[in-house]
Design a binder for this molecule. Structure first.
Ligand code: SOE
Length: 420
């Protein structure tokens, strides 16, 4: 256990922005890209939102003592630990935030829930359906004791997407016919990009499917309020061998992959054991048809999560690269003057926006983590169940597994006369 970074004596609930509020200690496992994003959320939430609970950044955990102490300083955590079991056991940790690769989610989350702690776990919930089932069961047992467990599908917290959810629920689109979501990145286009943990099935579970596809499956279910009923899929690994790395890495840029907490690229190559891209179609119980595409090979697309919903009364469209905007077409208006119009989602009446800046002063990616922390703390304070729950995470995991099963069958029908 490392305690050099304990907060100075005297720092307590009587000073700072948390004065007079119930204190909730957060312990975070992992401190790379996601850990930094979550830290930003925990640091900021109490300064923006008026909540009865005050989150304290109690301790951060990582295996490398020197690196985790540096991360604690950089990200604002009071203490550092090198063993996640010690983190869970700390009296000043009430909530465990899991920001590690998927292969450790189940073990840490179940141990934390069984120890009486609340849990926030990064997506995808787990690497397999079996692990996700065990986690959902542990969350259910814990809920009976008043604990909460939530999955980090942060894009639900983009104000424009929360507004889209509200508009669909209000019936503004009428009967839903089409649900179309793509999540496009390009950091694997270069075949010399190294074999990071995200490209190894034992660490990440799957590739673009679990990393990006999980987000769009969750969003599709969130926006429609329906569960995917069936899928048909193709997946592909375009580059099957990549340069090996010394140690591990979390970066998704060539520079980040070679530095980060990884080491130099090693001689030789290793096998990529996950998908580079996944495309799939799906049906919803209402009869709506869905199309999904997740890839890390869309040259020029950095973080393009795009969607369009078409219903009998209207359509909605969104692009994460322009995240303060939502496009809406009201099909009940006269055809001569109707058409897609842009809603600038920065009004105080829009989800989460009341707490932020005046209209027109937009938000960004990092704010989704502030909103995620806000929703979780609000649920804890009010004794409500936060969403997405571990059950929601399990349902996404089951869709991912169905996609893999369908892709493995490669049920592709060859047109008569097509080249072999
Ligand atoms: C990398 O592809 C990544 O950081 C994902 O892991 C995140 O979930 C996504 O939000 C952004 O891209």
């Amino acid at each position: 256990s490392e305690t050099e970074h304990e907060a100075a004596p005297g720092a307590g609930p009587t000073d700072g922005p948390g004065a007079g509020r119930r204190r909730l200690g957060v312990g975070m496992v992992g401190y790379a890209f996601m850990g930094a994003a979550h830290s930003q959320g925990w640091r900021t939430v109490g300064r923006v939102f008026d909540l009865p609970v005050d989150a304290r950044l109690a301790a951060v955990c990582g295996r490398d003592g020197t690196a985790v102490r540096a991360a604690a300083d950089r990200l604002g955590w009071a203490a550092a630990e090198t063993d996640w079991r010690a983190l869970i056991a700390r009296d000043d940790v009430d909530l465990v935030d899991i920001c590690t690769p998927g292969d450790s989610h189940a073990e840490i989350a179940i141990a934390a829930l069984d120890a009486g702690k609340h849990v926030l776990c990064e997506k995808p919930l787990a690497n397999t359906v079996e692990e996700a089932e065990a986690m959902a069961a542990a969350a259910e047992r814990a809920a009976a004791r008043g604990q909460v467990a939530m999955v980090g599908f942060n894009y639900r917290r983009v104000p424009a997407l929360a507004l889209a959810r509200r508009m669909v629920a209000e019936g503004r689109l009428g009967t839903l016919r089409h649900v179309r979501l793509t999540y496009l990145q390009d950091w694997l286009v270069d075949p010399s990009f190294p074999l990071t943990w995200r490209l190894r099935k034992d660490r990440a579970g799957s590739g673009a499917l679990g990393d990006l596809g999980a987000h769009i499956v969750d969003l599709a279910q969130f926006l429609t309020g329906e569960a995917v009923a069936g899928v048909s899929a193709l997946t592909e690994t375009f580059v099957r061998e990549r340069p090996l790395l010394e140690g591990t890495s979390t970066g998704i840029t060539a520079a980040g992959a070679a530095d980060g907490d990884g080491g130099p690229v090693r001689a030789g190559t290793g096998e990529v054991t996950v998908d580079d891209a996944a495309v799939f179609t799906a049906r919803f119980p209402s009869g709506a048809l869905a199309v999904f595409e997740a890839t890390r090979f869309a040259a020029g697309r950095k973080n393009a999560l795009r969607l369009e919903l078409n219903g009998s009364d209207g359509s909605l469209a969104f692009d994460l690269e322009r995240l303060n905007e939502l496009s809406f077409h009201d099909h009940t208006e006269p055809a001569v003057s109707s058409g897609f119009r842009r809603i600038l989602v920065t009004e105080p009446g829009h989800p989460y926006l009341e707490a932020w800046w005046p209209p027109g002063h937009g938000l960004g990616y990092e704010h989704t983590f502030v909103h995620q922390a806000r929703d979780l703390l609000h649920a804890i304070a009010t004794g409500t169940v936060p969403q997405p729950s571990f059950a929601d995470g399990l349902s996404v995991q089951r869709v991912l597994a169905a996609v893999e099963e369908s892709a493995a069958k490669n049920a592709v029908y060859t047109p008569v006369g097509a080249p072999a």
